[in-house]
Each structure stands twice: as structure tokens, then as C-alpha cells.
Design a protein around this ligand. Structure first.
Ligand code: URA
Length: 268
């Protein structure tokens, strides 16, 4: 009896799970994300509509997430020196036990996106969904981040590389401790060195405090441009903060607009 052909979604799932086993989960666009599926969840505020309501993705409006079709598999990043260097770095940290989080995590969340991206986005630490999947920003805050990027015409699979200050989930999503941030700093520093982005965006207090070595509030830091080892840095609110506090939506939208202008200038 001939073997039954796998359905396309099943074949795609098997493809991704095999890549994950090979440690190559990190630079692939999660099949759950596409520009079109999130554009409909995040609309930039307009003067005639209240800013707040439109930034939060509506649970009802979001279309069901689709498994990637074969065409999406072909969009995997080409092998590049940066990608190879990131892969080696990932292999060096995959079994990391530099701090106690190594014992409680399910998966180390190294990062995702394009190794050759000109934009690097740094968040705080993985949550439960990220810990399960081994990919950053895939839970509710991540879906909002994807929509925020799409609203300024950026695709999280091709235009950015996304990672966190801390690569393993702190229990109960508590803030990472200083010792955990220090233990992860070698990995983050090397990621920045390899990617050498044109601009870095820091999401929230932990990322801003770590990279800028500052205890100032986001409301103050976001009003200035910063630099890390010669790379321009911008600061804005963490998407999880937007989900908790709608007052942050308007300033975050302003930050996104400013960021897009600065990035376009840097590209020229
Ligand atoms: N919050 C973060 O800071 N990072 C993630 O990956 C998910 C949620």
C-alpha cells in the first residue's frame, strides 16, 4: 500500500518542528505570523477616533491564524554569515545554566526574525507562550507588537530581529533579577555585535535600564534619542504595558511614527 501524502499544513508543521530540533527555530518566521493577518488587528489612531481602542487587537476581529503554505517556507532567510554566527551563538547558549532560570525554563528563547535586519527590537523576558514555543513575543503582547510593527509597514519576519534581555522565562513572569540579566548579558551583547543593526528599539523599563544603564522612567527616556556602542537607540513602552494601561497607546503611537522617520533617514 502506498504511503498517504501528508496534508500541506501537516507537512509545514513537520518542517518547522524538524528545524526546531535542529536548533533552527530562531530565525524563521513563526507560521502564525503574517503581515496581512495582523494589519487588520492594529490600525493607527486617527483624529476622529479615540486612539486607545484601536491599538489593542480585537479578539473578535482577529482572523484565525493559518499554518504557513509552502510559499511561506520559501521565504526562510538565505544563509548568511550573520545567520551562521547567530546559529553558533544559539548552540553555545541552548543548554545554558548560567543562572537558575535554566532549570525551570521549557525552552531558551534566543530570538527570531532576520539576522540581516537593520532594526533590532529588545524586550524583557519570555512569558509562558514564548517558553513553550521557544520564540519571542508570540503571546498577547507579541501579537500587539506584530501589529504595531505592521502599522508602520514593518514585517517582523523580514525587517527586524526580535529578542529579549533575558532568554529564559522568570517563574510567574516576575521581573528578571539583576543576576539573571547579568548572566544573559554576554548572549545579548554578542547578538548585537553580530547583527550590527542600524537602530535598536528598547521595549520597556528592563530593556531600557539594561542597555542604557539607566534608572529613569520610560516616560523620560522615550523623549530622547540614545546610543549604544555607536548605534542609535530609541525607547518606548512595552506592549504588555499598553495592554494594561490604555493611556500609553497615544505616546507609543507617536514613538512609532518618530521611529519610522528616523529609520528612513538612517537608511538613506
Ligand atoms: N514580553 C517580553 O518582554 N518578551 C517576550 O518575548 C514576551 C513578552
Amino acid at each position: 500500500m502506498g504511503r498517504r501524502m501528508k496534508s500541506l499544513p501537516a507537512a509545514a508543521l513537520e518542517f518547522f518542528s524538524q528545524r526546531k530540533e535542529l536548533g533552527e527555530n530562531d530565525f524563521f518566521l513563526s507560521p502564525a505570523f503574517s503581515r496581512s493577518s495582523f494589519l487588520s488587528t492594529f490600525q493607527p489612531p486617527s483624529p476622529d477616533k479615540p486612539v486607545g481602542k484601536r491599538l489593542i487587537p480585537s479578539q473578535t476581529a482577529r482572523p484565525p491564524q493559518k499554518i504557513a503554505a509552502p510559499a511561506a517556507l520559501a521565504t526562510a532567510q538565505p544563509v548568511s554569515e550573520k545567520r551562521e554566527a547567530l546559529k553558533q551563538l544559539f548552540f553555545g547558549f541552548r543548554e545554558c545554566r548560567r543562572c537558575a532560570l535554566g532549570a525551570t525554563r521549557i525552552k531558551l528563547v534566543f530570538g527570531s526574525g532576520n539576522a540581516q535586519a537593520q532594526i533590532m527590537i529588545i524586550g524583557e523576558a519570555p512569558g509562558a507562550d514564548e517558553d513553550q514555543q521557544g520564540l519571542p513575543f508570540v503571546g498577547k503582547a507579541g501579537q500587539l507588537l506584530t501589529a504595531m510593527l505592521a502599522s508602520i509597514n514593518l514585517d517582523r519576519g523580514t525587517d527586524v530581529f526580535i529578542t529579549n534581555v533575558v532568554k529564559c522565562r522568570p517563574p510567574q513572569n516576575r521581573n528578571p533579577e539583576t543576576s539573571e540579566i547579568v548572566a544573559c548579558s554576554e548572549c545579548l551583547t554578542k547578538q548585537i555585535e553580530i547583527i550590527r543593526p542600524k537602530i535598536i528599539v528598547l521595549l520597556g523599563r528592563i530593556a531600557a535600564g539594561t542597555i542604557l544603564n539607566s534608572t529613569e522612567s520610560i516616560s523620560k527616556l522615550r523623549t530622547r534619542e540614545h546610543e549604544y556602542k555607536g548605534i542609535p537607540v530609541m525607547v518606548t513602552y512595552h506592549p504588555a504595558a499598553l495592554l494594561r494601561n490604555p493611556d500609553y497607546k497615544k505616546p507609543t503611537w507617536e514613538d512609532l511614527q518618530k521611529f519610522r522617520i528616523i529609520f528612513d533617514e538612517l537608511k538613506e
